[in-house]
Design a protein around this ligand. Structure first.
Ligand SMILES: Cc1cc2nc3c(=O)[nH]c(=O)nc-3n(C[C@H](O)[C@H](O)[C@H](O)COP(=O)(O)OP(=O)(O)OC[C@H]3O[C@@H](n4cnc5c(N)ncnc54)[C@H](O)[C@@H]3O)c2cc1C
Length: 376
């Protein structure tokens, strides 16, 4: 499902001189064979039962401290009552879901989780992040394009340093050749190259639109700006990258800029919890997995105390309350990865006036996992 990314394939591209410097810290880095999908499929295959796709829009208390789940408030229960509800998500949708958990007198039936899921949007100065008592999320534009002429570099992924517009570029076609003997999930026509470019959070904030309904003119504008920034970063002539296919996507709820300071949110009394990369950070798949493991240890300790791997796990998490702080990697345009030493970029010194998302931003889709076709 995953494979090691060869040493030297990933590094830092400096806009100042268009020089690429491979990361040489000796840390292992992993990529999904054929992208993230294979990793998720591999995990799902190890589960007893996975129901998908399944949107969960409401949760309501059932008998014996259990929970009914449904698509919407008052909707038909999705299966039998559940012993525990763990919301492995953040942002407005997660807060909205927790907000549907009501006791018969109308109070919150999952108040610890509900409070922990309050959120806001928009990259902002560090002092403002430090004052926040909730999750703040940045946004990122992502461009995927295909060319019939290879762009040339030997590297496969680069953190772009010094660009106000782009933060990451990757030759997805090259990356997907690291597959051992596995057959390709998608066969690419010979000679074609597929690339992915990520914007900086500031660029995304300043070009915020409804992510589920991107105006064509904005898509064209963002495509042109990201392509132009890539050409400039790589030292290519303006207009020399001629894509035969492009697609842009705005990740409204991309990376957490504040972290909750707990491995996971957990409440034995209501049998609810929440986990994700925003709990302890730095925002990446590894942090999300660690948080989920902490939550699952606690659930096991609660429901199967005699055979649990870590019988004290529920008590420990029960005792914790979120303590928000600015993520140490908040100025990283792309989230961050444990142990990695790459230029983090800069947080804005002040919030923009007028144009842009800032505090008003917040159109959120259904999570970063949906439709993911890129990894960084
Ligand atoms: C553009 C981009 C590229 C990235 N690249 C990398 C990378 O290369 N490597 C890396 O380590 N990290 C990367 N990250 C960060 C990484 O994606 C996140 O850290 C990670 O996905 C967080 O996992 P999570 O489980 O906390 O949340 P998510 O991945 O957001 O998962 C939440 C899931 O819950 C589902 N969901 C939400 N609400 C509901 C509901 N009501 N009912 C049912 N399902 C629901 C969503 O559809 C989603 O699948 C990237 C992030 C972005 C934005």
């Amino acid at each position: 499902d995953i494979t090691r990314w060869p040493e030297g394939a990933v590094g830092v591209l400096s806009v100042a001189d268009s020089q690429f410097s491979p990361l040489s810290d000796g840390l292992p880095r992993y990529i999904g064979v054929d992208g993230f999908t294979a990793l998720c499929e591999g995990l799902a295959a190890q589960c007893t039962r996975v129901v998908r796709p399944q949107w969960v829009g409401a949760m309501s208390p059932a008998a014996n401290t259990r929970w009914n789940l449904s698509k919407s408030v008052g909707g038909r229960p999705l299966g039998d009552p559940y012993d525990f509800v763990l919301i492995a998500h953040n942002g407005k949708c997660a807060a909205r879901l927790a907000g549907t958990a009501k006791t018969s007198d109308g109070n919150s039936a999952a108040s610890k989780v509900l409070q922990s899921l309050q959120c806001g949007f928009g990259v902002r100065p560090l002092e403002q992040l430090q004052r926040q008592r909730k999750l703040i999320l940045s946004s990122i534009w992502v461009l995927m394009f295909v060319t019939e002429t290879p762009l040339g570099p030997q590297w496969e992924g680069a953190h772009v340093s010094g660009s106000p517009t782009i933060s990451w570029a990757s030759n997805v076609s090259a990356k997907r050749r690291h597959r051992g003997n596995a057959p390709p999930a998608v066969s690419e026509p010979p000679g074609q190259e597929c690339w992915v470019v990520h914007s900086t959070p500031q660029f995304a904030r300043d070009n915020k639109v409804p992510q589920e309904n991107i105006p064509e003119a904005k898509a064209a504008e963002v495509t042109a700006e990201l392509l132009s920034a890539l050409e400039s970063a790589m030292g290519l002539a303006p207009g020399s990258v001629k894509p035969v296919y492009t697609r842009v996507q705005l990740w409204g709820a991309a990376n957490p800029l504040t972290v909750a300071g707990v491995p996971a949110v957990f409440d034995s009394s209501t049998r609810t919890g929440a986990c994700g990369d925003w709990c302890e950070g730095p925002p990446c798949v590894e942090a999300a997995a660690r948080s989920a493991l902490a939550a699952s240890d606690a659930i096991e300790a609660l429901l199967l105390p005699n055979s649990a791997r870590d019988s004290d796990a529920a008590r420990r998490l029960d005792a914790l309350r979120v303590r928000w702080s600015a993520a140490s990697t908040a100025s990283s345009p792309l989230g961050a990865f444990p142990g990695m030493d790459v230029p983090l970029g800069q947080l804005p010194s002040e919030e923009p006036k007028g144009r842009g998302g800032g505090r008003r931003g917040g159109a959120v889709g259904r999570g970063r996992g949906r439709g993911r076709s890129v990894e960084g």
